[in-house]
Ligand binder design. Structure first.
Ligand SMILES: *Cc1c(COP(=O)(O)O)cnc(C)c1O
Length: 342
């Protein structure tokens, strides 16, 4: 039995390390609504520069950066395109309708991955009775696709297809750095393709709060107004931004450890009788289906008696997420426990 809970519920559970807390406590702050908070401005500029974009906007959550991007890129009666597994479609309460008055067309990719053909087929002809297809959103890595990801070579033809229909492109890059440490691809290449990118600091990067939206200066100026009307203008946000800067400086490379941990556990799950099927483990997420005679909440309850905590997603499917608070020893424990669970 492991001495403390091994919590695989989400990579949002990470707590700031001592060094990160130190960086937060020492942050130089002002009032970001008056744009006098130097640390917030530094984080926004740092993220924008990494991707070759003009400007950035620090927000409390990835839901907010995504929703602000949709608002900035569309008008009411427009339509956005997303894969059926996307966070924007599934877990943001239909905010695209609430905030932006737009329709959504949901594409059926494979494990959350779409092709140029999906885009060509989804775009609606111009007509008074059709919404105006305006914005393509790609999610990378794909959360509900089991951490599956697109490479740039896969994204380029999709982006070309979108441009051929005059669509704008937004990237929900909540976990983009998980992709980049796997592929070794460049942030600047990503920046060239997308009009805007949303990146979470509070997932694998280990900051307590926050996401950054990057894009052209004019778009980000408007985005700042939208953030304000949503009640997201923050004051001494430099304390939080300092955690984000620390995360970008120290926690990117180590994401690879989370992927190694996920692969070790995924391999074991493929061998055990209580699991029917494991989605290919591409980054830090494992999605697996329990055996036919079991149900996911019973399996999760049994894991909990062994101090392994996770959330079943459906009655048959469980997700495990690896992150910076899961070390080598805990990973070994999960592998051993998986072997003997039933
Ligand atoms: C977590 C996540 C978000 C944003 O979530 P918040 O909890 O609002 O920060 C957006 N997109 C994806 C793919 C995510 O996994």
């Amino acid at each position: 039995m492991y001495k403390q809970p091994v919590n695989l519920t989400s990579d949002t559970l990470t707590k700031p390390s001592k060094a990160m807390l130190e960086a937060m406590m020492n942050a130089d702050v002002g009032d970001d609504v008056f744009r006098t908070d130097p640390t917030t401005i530094a984080l926004e500029e740092k993220m924008a520069h990494m991707f070759g974009h003009e400007a950035g906007l620090f927000c409390p959550s990835g839901t907010m950066t995504n929703q602000i991007a949709i608002k900035a890129h569309t008008q009411p009666l427009d339509e956005i395109l997303c894969d059926e597994l996307s966070h924007i479609y599934r877990y943001e309460l239909g905010g695209y309708g609430f905030h932006s008055g737009v329709a959504i067309h949901v594409m059926r990719g494979k494990n959350g991955i779409i092709s140029p053909e999906h885009v060509h087929q989804a775009v609606k002809p111009k007509a008074d009775w059709n919404p105006n297809t305006k914005l393509l959103i790609i999610e990378n890595s794909v959360n509900m696709g089991g951490g599956n990801y697109y490479t740039l070579d896969q994204i380029r033809p999709i982006a070309e297809a979108a441009r051929s229909h005059n669509l704008t492109l937004h990237l929900d890059g909540a976990r983009l750095f998980n992709v980049l440490v796997e592929t070794g691809e460049s942030t600047l290449e990503y920046g060239k393709i997308f009009d805007s990118i949303s990146i979470c600091l509070s997932k694998g990067l280990g900051a307590p709060v926050g996401s950054v939206l990057i894009g052209k200066k004019e778009m980000i100026d408007y985005a700042r107004r939208v953030r304000k009307v949503m009640g997201g203008g923050m004051r001494q946000s430099g304390y939080l931004a300092a955690a984000g800067i620390y995360a970008l400086d120290h926690n990117i490379k180590r994401l690879k450890d989370d992927h190694d941990h996920a692969r070790m556990c995924g391999k074991k799950l493929e061998e055990v009788s209580w699991v029917k099927e494991v989605s290919p483990v591409a980054t830090n997420i494992i999605i697996f289906r329990v055996a036919d005679h079991l149900n996911a909440s019973d399996v999760a309850a049994r894991l909990a008696t062994k101090n392994i905590i996770c959330l079943p997603i459906t009655d048959k499917i469980i997700r495990w997420v690896f992150h910076l608070d899961i070390n080598d020893e805990m990973t070994d424990y999960v592998v051993e426990t998986s072997d003997t669970l039933y």
